[in-house]
Design a protein. Structure first.
Length: 179
């Protein structure tokens, strides 16, 4: 199955998405925050925070580029995969690779937990200031490369909360999918 045929870009709120897993653009403490992180914790309820606290007690949080998985609580998804994106510091501190690692490690966890569908927000493009067009290109390239070698995930949804983000991600997708 072609990788691009399994990817879709939508304009929506990730907390409303029905998928086996949704990805949370978390901070390293895993204890909730603003943006996507706060919205997922609020909508999913206390079960997500309880599992995050257990993960923190066991391993001390989540490092940039890595990912952990919890219940999705009250959300329509089965799981929430929490990944910590890089803060943009001009592109000289390994930010591109760390962002790609967020996508790869989230997809690996989804595969490990037998997820057929996964939804991603725009990781690191809010308060972490990663340039949106570049982040979108990294997301599309990383996801399509993963799907090229893994048939277990049948649907990847790139969920954009704002129309500006939707247009940027949609353009990156169209550019990458062109033969």
């Amino acid at each position: 199955m072609q990788p691009f045929s399994r990817i879709e870009v939508i304009l929506d709120n990730i907390t409303r998405i029905t998928a086996d897993a949704i990805v949370n653009a978390a901070n390293s403490s895993l204890l909730g925050g603003g943006g996507v992180d706060g919205a997922i914790h609020r909508a999913g309820g206390p079960a997500i925070l309880e599992e995050c606290r257990r993960i923190v007690a066991r391993q001390g949080g989540c490092e940039t580029g890595t990912a952990v998985i919890t219940t999705a609580g009250k959300l329509k998804a089965k799981y929430v995969i929490h990944t910590v994106g890089p803060v943009w510091n001009g592109g000289t501190h390994n930010e591109r690779k760390l962002l790609a690692d967020c996508y790869t490690n989230s997809l690996l966890l989804a595969s490990e937990f037998k997820c057929k569908s996964i939804a991603f927000p725009n990781i690191s493009t809010g308060v972490y200031r990663f340039p949106k067009p570049e982040a979108a290109a990294i997301a599309i390239t990383t996801i399509s490369n993963y799907l090229q070698h893994h048939d277990d995930i049948s649907r990847v949804i790139l969920v954009c909360f704002a129309e500006e983000d939707f247009n940027i991600v949609n353009k990156a997708f169209a550019d990458a999918a062109r033969p």
